[in-house]
Ligand binder design. Structure first.
Ligand code: HEC
Length: 408
């Protein structure tokens, strides 16, 4: 029997796989071009602005850069845009599958804001849109003549967004959304600014006009931002694996510090690619910020691991709690899982429930029905090997309970 829970898990995997692959392609090409551009030898004769020799995979490459454009349109031109679009599209799909479809579990925190699911999804979308509109307005404002000031205002905006997200969503969703807002800005930079400007330049070339240097300058500002935003986005996208990062009221400050580390790390590599002396101090600064971040994550000033316990069961969850076989399933879970998945685990040196998954009370078990089913009912993912597999009849009991609640 092939049921929805299994189908859904695989869909999630397929989308995540796509997302990671496209992100690697995007970030890879973007890192490559940043390094190429910074390292160009600009002291060359002829119309080109700079050139570089590179060796890779058994051949030599001779790349030349023309700023803003060569004199005539080349016959063949490779564009780099689908890496970015596909990353955004697959990321949006993943957001919908994990945080919208799983809003009660992952997105909403009734202790912070009592939102209906549709309101949570509306806010989630609004944050992404507002981030881009605000950022774009900033880049078009008179401030644009002072790139450093733009960066500072941008950072202030990120800190405010980080704080605001943490007022309404779970810590986990807040960090993820901050990453998604930032990544949306990066993709929108490509879609709404860099590509259209590039197309104008291409059209000018085809028509025999000299392209306006202004377009190159605008694209440069935006791609500099993309450069500095990449590393924090990756941290935020991975942060949901780390309850220490998101399971505290200090999560919004942790996120802000991550953006600073993005700058210090990028600065090191950017300077290196320019073939200047390596600014080792930036790595020291990164380490200091990281230690501060580690300290913040469990600092006694902030409540940690506050979670949405108080909320009532949703109708779906109630169905699981009332389904035939619930008592049997609950006692299997309590007997085999709760030593680790507890608010105060008693197993080994565990100090908190792995992945923040609590499986102690009957309400916990009803809320986590699907995860119990996929992790321990139809697979041997849990409990960990050291504990040993569940007995086949126990697995069968979990599966029967889950399916009974699904109506068959
Ligand atoms: C010995 C301690 C231990 C026991 C017992 C245990 N788990 Fe876990 N569980 C873990 C650890 C560690 C992780 C985190 C795994 C990782 O990082 O990928 C985890 C993760 C999970 C997750 C989250 C998986 C994810 O990727 O989101 C679920 C759900 C889960 N366990 C369910 C169960 C169930 C159901 C049982 C009982 C049948 C169980 N666990 C028993 C230690 C335990």
């Amino acid at each position: 029997m092939y049921d929805f829970a299994i189908f859904w898990d695989w869909i999630e995997f397929a989308i995540r796989w796509t997302h990671v692959i496209t992100a690697i392609a995007w970030i890879g090409s973007s890192f490559y071009f940043i390094a190429l551009d910074l390292g160009l030898n600009r002291e060359i004769p002829g119309p080109a602005d700079g050139e570089e020799w590179q060796v890779h995979g058994g051949g030599f490459y001779h790349v030349q850069k023309y700023l803003v454009a060569p004199e005539a349109m080349p016959d063949h031109l490779t564009w780099f845009k689908w890496e970015s679009y596909a990353t955004w599209l697959s990321g949006a799909a993943l957001l919908a599958v994990v945080y919208w479809a799983g809003a009660e579990m992952f997105l909403l925190d009734p202790q912070k804001a009592d939102l209906a699911i549709w309101q949570g999804i509306g806010l989630s979308t609004a944050f992404l849109a507002i981030g881009w509109v605000g950022y774009d307005a900033l880049c078009r404002s008179p401030l644009k003549e002072q790139p450093t000031l733009v960066m500072l205002v941008l950072f202030a905006g990120i800190v405010i967004a980080s704080w605001a997200l943490n007022q309404v969503f779970t810590g986990r969703a807040a960090l993820l959304h901050l990453g998604a807002m930032t990544a949306t800005i990066m993709s929108a930079n490509v879609f709404f600014v860099i590509m259209p400007n590039q197309r104008i330049v291409v059209a000018d070339l085809k028509a025999g006009r000299t392209p306006d240097a202004r377009y190159g300058k605008i694209a440069k500002l935006r791609s500099t931002h993309n450069n500095y935003l990449t590393l924090p986005v990756i941290f935020l996208m991975l942060s949901n694996h780390y309850p220490l990062a998101f399971g505290t009221d200090a999560a919004w400050m942790i996120a802000a510090l991550v953006f600073l580390m993005g700058v210090t790390i990028r600065h090191f590599f950017n300077t290196m690619h320019m073939r200047k002396p390596r600014p080792w101090w930036t790595l020291g600064a990164t380490a200091v910020i990281f230690v501060l971040l580690m300290w913040l994550s469990t600092a006694p000033l902030f409540d940690t691991y506050e979670e949405a316990e108080a909320r009532d069961l949703t109708p779906t969850e109630q169905r699981f709690a009332q389904a035939e076989g619930f008592d049997g399933a609950a006692s299997i879970v309590q007997g085999n899982c709760s030593m680790c998945h507890a608010r105060e685990p008693v197993w080994g040196t565990l100090r908190w429930a792995p992945k923040g998954v609590h499986l102690e009370t009957e309400a916990d078990i009803a809320k986590n029905a699907r995860r119990i089913y996929t992790q321990a009912g139809v697979s041997h993912a849990m409990p960990p090997a050291i504990i040993g597999r569940l007995a086949p009849e126990d697995q069968a009991t979990l599966v029967r309970w889950y399916r009974a609640a699904q109506g068959g």
